[in-house]
Design a binder for this molecule. Structure first.
Ligand code: ADP
Length: 442
């Protein structure tokens, strides 16, 4: 009961109750006049009407006051959550007028909330030095390097934006603010500062780069020793040992080279050199190289060529051959004896892309692991016993190579039936990203 009264007193003090308090004296005066001057029966009726009216106004005002108070509390809670978020939050209306700019955003953009809230933005404002960074976030097309992480047109839009001066790496998620009727009220951007994360990753990568670089020279020595020994006239038991050593040194060199490639990719210095290449002739050459190893496992190889003789694309032939060879090697390695591989090339309908597919009849990939396929060091559960010596780096490298070309890579698979790996390459060189970016674990 006490709480109820406290609540009533709280509501009674709210501004929404002012109208009621303003009319209350008039109501009382009218009531008094009624009682004093009207005949008793009329006075009774009109006082009743006045009382009912008064109660209706009171209840309505109390309801309004309660609702407004709840909205205010919710709004304050939301604002305090937003202002304490570790990621920057920027909200603006459809005319690009800034509505919200929290503390984290103040730090990232080196701007004060009071200087920015209420300001209208357009691409020209990027000319003003202090608004350059925020303009590039609101209009990412102005930013020096942008990598899209979500499908075009889909919300939330996620992009990674890198700046050189100052050196900042940001991940920006943009979503629309829509009312229940579907009307667009504005946009909200969540800005995550990844500069430190990227720095840490760089130092980890540097360690791997130095370690694998140091390992390469002694490994070449070991490999050379085994190779020379293998050429000697050896007894059968000695030859067996030397062959095993040679095989191990080849595998070790592959691991070290893969690690070195990964560290170069992660440092953004894999060094791509684009040239115009007829992709059909390029794939035909590659098949010649893998032919013998497919034959070794009695695997039939088919190449489904398009009708056109030549499709010229801008690619780094050496890097692309690394990616495609890895996909074909996997299709051989994870196939069944007497299996088949089909390589296909086709233009994507109504889109400026060519799609290449590598289909095998092999062991397949467990459905619950297919989403991890292109992550670093991933090896599926069904391969570890039969093929213990993979690194799990080939597909990660392949993904980075394809993405650097402006393409996408993905796979479909059915366990014990086979897998198909697909990748696309743009036919329009404008769709090739302007510089090397790490396409990490996501
Ligand atoms: P590696 O082959 O050295 O293990 P990759 O990165 O090339 O490394 O492949 C990662 C994993 O993906 C493999 O270990 C395997 O589990 C799975 N995989 C790749 N290609 C195929 C394929 N064609 N069929 C079945 N599994 C595959």
């Amino acid at each position: 009961m006490e709480r109820f009264f406290k609540k009533i007193i709280l509501y009674a003090k709210l501004p929404e109750m002012r109208l009621f308090w303003f009319f209350l004296p008039f109501l009382i005066v009218l009531l008094a006049i009624n009682i004093l001057y009207l005949p008793q029966s009329w006075a009774l009726v009109s006082s009743g009407v006045f009382l009912i009216l008064g109660v209706i106004i009171l209840i309505n005002n109390l309801r309004l006051a309660r609702l407004n108070l709840e909205i205010k509390i919710e709004r304050n809670e939301l604002m305090s959550i937003i202002s304490n978020l570790r990621d920057g939050v920027i909200a603006y209306d459809p005319n690009f007028k800034i509505l919200i700019f929290n503390q984290a955003a103040e730090q990232i953009f080196n701007l004060q909330n009071k200087d920015i809230v209420g300001q209208y933005f357009n691409p020209e404002r990027a000319q003003e030095k202090r608004f350059k960074l925020i303009s590039q976030i609101i209009f990412p097309s102005l930013a020096p390097t942008v990598v899209r992480r979500s499908e075009p047109g889909a919300y939330p839009q996620v992009v990674d934006i890198s700046f050189d001066e100052p050196e900042i790496e940001l991940r920006v998620a943009t979503d629309r603010i829509i009312d229940p009727k579907g009307q667009l009220l504005g946009f909200v951007k969540l800005v995550h500062d990844r500069t430190r994360e990227i720095e840490l990753l760089r130092s980890k990568t540097e360690f791997i780069a130095v370690a694998s670089h140091q390992l390469r020279t002694p490994l070449t020595g070991i490999h050379w020793v085994f190779e020379s020994l293998a050429k000697q006239n050896l007894e059968a038991s000695q030859k067996e040992l030397v062959d095993k050593g040679l095989e191990a040194s080849v595998k070790l060199s592959k691991i070290v080279n893969d690690l070195l490639d990964v560290s170069k990719i992660e440092e953004g210095r894999f060094g791509f050199q684009f040239e115009n290449v007829n992709i059909i002739a390029f794939l035909e050459e590659l098949i010649k190289d893998v032919g013998p190893s497919a034959q070794q496992f009695n695997i039939k190889f088919y190449f489904k060529k398009p009708t056109e003789q030549s499709i010229v694309l801008s690619v780094d032939a050496q890097k692309l051959s690394m990616a495609v060879s890895n996909l074909i090697d996997n299709a051989i390695k994870y196939n069944v004896p007497n299996g088949e591989i089909t390589l296909g090339v086709e233009r994507v309908k109504d889109q400026p892309y060519v799609q290449i597919s590598i289909k095998d009849t092999g062991i397949g990939i467990p459905a619950d692991q297919i989403n991890k396929l292109f992550t670093k060091f991933f090896r599926a559960e069904n391969v570890s016993s039969a093929h213990p010596d993979g690194t799990g780096l080939g597909l990660y490298i392949a993904k980075n190579i394809i993405k650097r070309h402006g393409g996408e890579i993905w796979a479909e698979s059915e366990i014990n039936r086979g897998s198909t790996f697909y990748f696309t390459l743009p036919t329009d060189p404008k769709l090739i990203p302007p510089r090397e970016i790490l396409y990490g674990e996501e």
